[in-house]
Design a protein. Sequence first.
Length: 184
Amino acid sequence: MLPSQGSLLISEPFLQNAYFQRSVVLLVEHNREGSMGFVLNKKTHLIVNTFFPELEDCPLIPIYLGGPVSSNRLFFIHTLGDLIIPDAIKINDQLYFDGDFNAILRYIKNGHSIEGKVKFFLGYSGWQKGQLDNEITQNSWVVNHTSNSNVLFAEGEDYWKQALKALGSKYETWTKYPKDPYLN
């Protein structure tokens, strides 16, 4: 299955890359020039509030590891749309990428809950022209075209397993494969 903007990439269980092992990536862009996405299920120990003093009294907002590219930059996906967050880029009918960062800070500071609406990432996952298609051909990734706002709740290896199970029984055996087969 070919990827497209809004697709989920689910890593195969044998992939040992630290960033992508047992990961699910949301593609926010995919075209002839390349692809960009965020690892949805790798939570860091970092908190958004730590970096923005105006948010210190707000509920703690976790940061996820989006990928190895631009790992010093904060990105976000959300369901708020471009009316609340100007300049947001539409991924699909439910999800948006980035936008006016000051607008999201004001939204949070004004007491609006972002739980299930916004997810922050440090860095992103990127592929050059043809690179992702090649990795899919080599079976590093399985593509699922079903991505909706539930991706904002994605967390940990359990989400990876759920994403595989959603693809049907063909991939259920992958969920039972040990993380490090040499330890068996």
